[in-house]
Design a protein around this ligand. Structure first.
Ligand code: FES
Length: 185
């Protein structure tokens, strides 16, 4: 009886130590596996989710009109530009309306016809000599400056250049309803 009691006393702590070592290595292994899994998952998740968080974008320049056609511009002219847009993994053909007008310095400006308030189409009203948005009554000057109504900024001007006798534009989308232009693509 006394002998049995001794065994229990001496073996008890050993068992505890063995179990603790196993648990410790098990935990280490678990942490290691989880870490490796997380490391491997990051690029996979980025690849899978890329189209969801990536903004659709387009690159390149589109022809607006010949430079000759715009040489005697006295009123803003509405043009449609075509471009390729990368939407997630797909490349899609897109087109948008722009206005070619002149700035206060007499230089050509290309303005997006998308209202910077909530995205309706702005149109030039010759009688009023203003751009007007029909949705909430946004008014803009001939050079795109904001005059009245809820839009928080003027019409968005687009990068443009004259190349081989053509006026070219790089069409971009901008965040709506914020005071400063923020390019979305
Ligand atoms: S969308 Fe143009 S004024 Fe609101």
């Amino acid at each position: 009886m006394g002998h049995g009691t001794k065994l229990e006393e001496t073996e008890g702590p050993k068992d505890v130590i063995v179990i603790n070592r196993r648990s410790f290595f098990g935990v280490l292994l678990g942490i290691g596996s989880a870490g490796m899994g997380a490391l491997l998952a990051v690029p996979v998740l980025r690849y899978v989710l890329y189209p969801l968080y990536a903004k659709s974008k387009q690159s390149g320049w589109s022809v607006v009109a010949t430079a000759d056609e715009l040489s005697n511009l006295s009123q803003p002219v509405l043009k449609t530009v075509d471009f390729k847009q990368l939407d997630g993994w797909r490349e899609v053909d897109s087109s948008q309306s722009v206005y070619v007008t002149k700035g206060a310095d007499g230089q050509l400006k290309v303005l997006s016809a998308i209202c910077p308030h909530l995205g309706c189409s702005v149109s030039w009203q010759k009688g009023q000599e203003q751009f007007v948005c029909p949705c909430h009554g946004g008014h803009f000057a001939k050079d795109g400056d904001h005059l009245a109504g809820p839009p928080p900024r003027g019409m968005d001007s687009l990068p443009h250049k004259v190349q081989d006798g053509n006026l070219m534009v790089h069409f971009e989308y901008f965040r709506s309803n914020v005071p400063n232009k923020e390019v979305l693509s």
